[in-house]
Design a protein around this ligand. Structure first.
Ligand code: 4AD
Ligand code: MG
Length: 448
C-alpha cells in the first residue's frame, strides 16, 4: 500500500500505523509524518500559504500548506478545491496552542479522491430547517450533527454497558407483532403474508415473558408509533431500551431508573465533553444529575400545576407544557409515580391501597425536555389483567400467551422504557428530536 493510498486499513485502530492515522489520535504522532483521509471542510489561502480544514469523521484539523513544501503545482491544485472534495493528505503533526485540538498538520503532499460534481448545497449561510431536513444525508456531515451522533453512540454504549455489567441479559423483542402494547390509536399496520401485523410500539410484553425465563433482561431496538401530532418530542420511529425484572416492585423500578439515568449522564459528561462543548451545552445542569432524584406522587404534580397557573384535575394526563412546569420546580430529573389507573396502559398494576391508582412511574427530564422514561409494575393477577384487557377493548385471544405468564408462576415484576432520542435531545441540548436520530421519521415525512 503506497503512502497516499485511497484505502485505510480498517482493522487498525488508527493508533499505531502513521499511514492510517485519524484526527482524534494525532497526539500520538507529534513531529511525525502521518496520512489522513477525509473531506475538505473549509479552505482559505493568503499568498504562499493555504489553510485546509480537513474533517475525517473523528475530528477537524487545520492542514497548513506552504508553497515551499508542496510545490507550485500542488499548491495551485489545493487552492482550486471546493468544499466536500474527498482527499488523502500527508504531513507532519505539530503542536499548536492556538488550535482547538492542540495540533495542526504541516502539509507535505495530498491526492484528490473525488471533486464534487456540483456545488455543495449546504453553505455557510443560515439555511432553514425544512431545507436541511431535505438534505439530511449531507447535513449529517456538519460539525454539530457529527457531535450529536457521537454523543448518541456514547449513550447507546452506556446503555448496553450499564445492563450488561449488572446481570441483565439482552433479549430482543420482535418488531412485527400481532397486537398492540400502547393503545390502538398509534399502530402502524403492515401486511403479514395472509394476515395483518403491526410494527411494535414497545418490546415490553415480550420482555415480560423473557424476564420470567431469565430473571433480569433488557430489550433494545426500534419502536414505532403512528403519532398524528407534530411536536418536538415525537417521532414515528424511535429507539427504546426496556429493562424488565422479575421480583421487582415499583420502588425497585424507581431505584433502577435513577441509577441508570445518572450513569448515562455522568458517563457522557466524562467521555464526550468535547462534543458537548461544540454544541455549547450548559454543563452545570448535567453535572447535577445525581441520585437521589426527587420522587413525587401524581397528586403532588397536580398541586404543582395548580399553584403555577396550570389548572389541572385528578384524571388529567400531562402533555409537554405540564411536564415543563413540573420539571421547573426541580434541579434534576423528577420521578412522578402513581398516576390514575384509568389514564394508563392495560398492563399497569393496580395499587393495593387505592384502586384508582397504578403502580407506575414517569421520569421527567429537567430544563423542559419532557418525559424520558415511562414504566411501572405490571398487573400480575390473572383475573385483574383479564378484566383490564376487556376494559381497554383489546382482543383477549391475542393475549393468550401474555396471560399464560400469570398462570404459570406469576411473580411481581416491573420495568420501564427509556426513549433514546429524547435522552439524546436532553443531554445534547438539541430542542427537537428530529436532530437526535440520523434519519428521523416524522408525520408524513420519510425522505431521505
Ligand atoms: O411511556 P411509553 O409509551 O412506555 C412504554 O412504551 C412502555 N411499554 C415501556 C416499558 O415499560 N417497557 O414510552 C417510553 C418512552 C417515553 O418515556 C419516551 O422517552 C419514549 O419512550 N417515547 C417516544 N420517543 C420519541 N417519539 C415518540 N413518539 C415516543 N413515544 C414514547
Ligand atoms: Mg409514557
Amino acid at each position: 500500500m503506497s503512502e497516499l493510498s485511497f484505502y485505510r486499513n480498517p482493522t487498525d485502530s488508527g493508533r499505531e500505523d502513521p499511514f492510517n492515522a485519524t484526527i482524534d489520535n494525532v497526539s500520538k504522532f507529534v513531529d511525525k509524518e502521518i496520512v489522513l483521509r477525509g473531506w475538505v471542510y473549509n479552505l482559505r489561502s493568503s499568498g504562499k500559504i493555504a489553510f485546509l480544514q480537513l474533517r475525517d469523521g473523528t475530528g477537524i484539523i487545520q492542514c497548513v500548506a506552504d508553497i515551499k513544501d508542496v510545490g507550485q503545482e500542488k499548491f495551485d491544485l489545493l487552492k482550486s478545491l471546493t468544499i466536500e472534495t474527498s482527499v488523502v493528505v500527508k504531513g507532519s503533526v505539530r503542536s499548536d496552542t492556538r488550535s482547538k485540538i492542540g495540533f495542526e498538520l504541516g502539509l507535505k503532499d495530498f491526492v484528490v479522491v473525488a471533486r464534487p460534481t456540483e456545488e455543495y448545497p449546504i453553505g455557510k449561510k443560515d439555511h432553514g430547517v425544512a431545507f436541511l431536513m431535505e438534505q439530511r444525508h449531507l447535513w449529517l456531515r456538519s460539525s454539530k450533527q457529527v457531535a450529536v451522533l457521537r454523543i448518541r453512540a456514547e449513550i447507546i454504549r452506556a446503555v448496553r454497558d450499564y445492563f450488561d455489567g449488572r446481570g441483565f441479559y439482552l433479549v430482543d423483542s420482535p418488531i412485527l407483532t400481532p397486537n398492540a402494547c400502547e393503545g390502538t390509536s398509534t399502530l402502524f399496520e403492515t401486511p403479514y403474508f395472509d394476515e395483518k401485523a403491526f410494527l411494535t410500539q414497545s418490546g415490553q410484553l415480550y420482555g415480560e415473558a423473557s424476564a420470567m425465563a431469565l430473571g433480569k433482561i433488557y430489550c433494545f431496538g426500534p419502536t414505532f408509533r403512528a403519532e398524528k401530532s407534530k411536536t418536538r418530542r415525537h417521532l414515528a420511529e424511535f429507539w427504546m431500551v426496556e429493562p424488565e425484572v422479575a421480583f421487582m416492585d415499583i420502588y425497585g423500578n424507581m431505584d433502577l431508573a435513577e441509577d441508570f439515568v445518572e450513569y448515562i449522564v455522568q458517563r457522557t459528561l466524562r467521555n464526550r465533553r468535547m462534543e458537548l462543548e461544540v454544541l455549547e451545552r450548559d454543563l452545570a445542569p448535567l453535572e447535577r444529575v445525581r441520585k437521589p432524584f426527587p420522587r413525587i406522587k401524581y397528586s403532588d404534580a397536580i398541586d404543582i400545576l395548580n399553584k403555577n397557573n396550570k389548572p389541572a384535575n385528578f384524571g388529567d394526563d400531562f402533555g409537554g407544557d405540564e411536564e415543563t412546569v413540573i420539571s421547573q420546580q426541580f434541579d434534576r430529573p423528577v420521578m412522578i409515580h402513581h398516576y390514575p389507573l384509568a389514564i394508563k396502559a392495560f398492563y399497569m398494576k393496580q395499587n393495593e391501597e387505592n384502586p384508582l391508582l397504578a403502580n407506575c412511574v414517569d421520569v421527567i427530564a429537567p430544563e423542559g425536555y419532557g418525559e424520558i422514561i415511562g414504566g411501572g409494575q405490571r398487573e400480575d393477577n390473572l383475573d385483574k389483567l383479564k378484566a383490564r384487557i376487556k376494559e381497554h377493548g383489546l382482543p383477549e385471544e391475542a393475549f393468550g400467551w401474555y396471560l399464560d405468564l400469570r398462570k404459570f408462576g406469576s411473580v411481581p415484576h416491573a420495568g420501564f422504557g427509556l426513549g433514546i432520542e429524547r435522552t439524546v435531545g436532553w443531554i445534547t441540548g438539541v430542542p427537537h428530536v428530529r436532530e437526535t436520530i440520523p434519519f428521523p421519521r416524522l408525520l408524513e415525512k420519510i425522505y431521505p
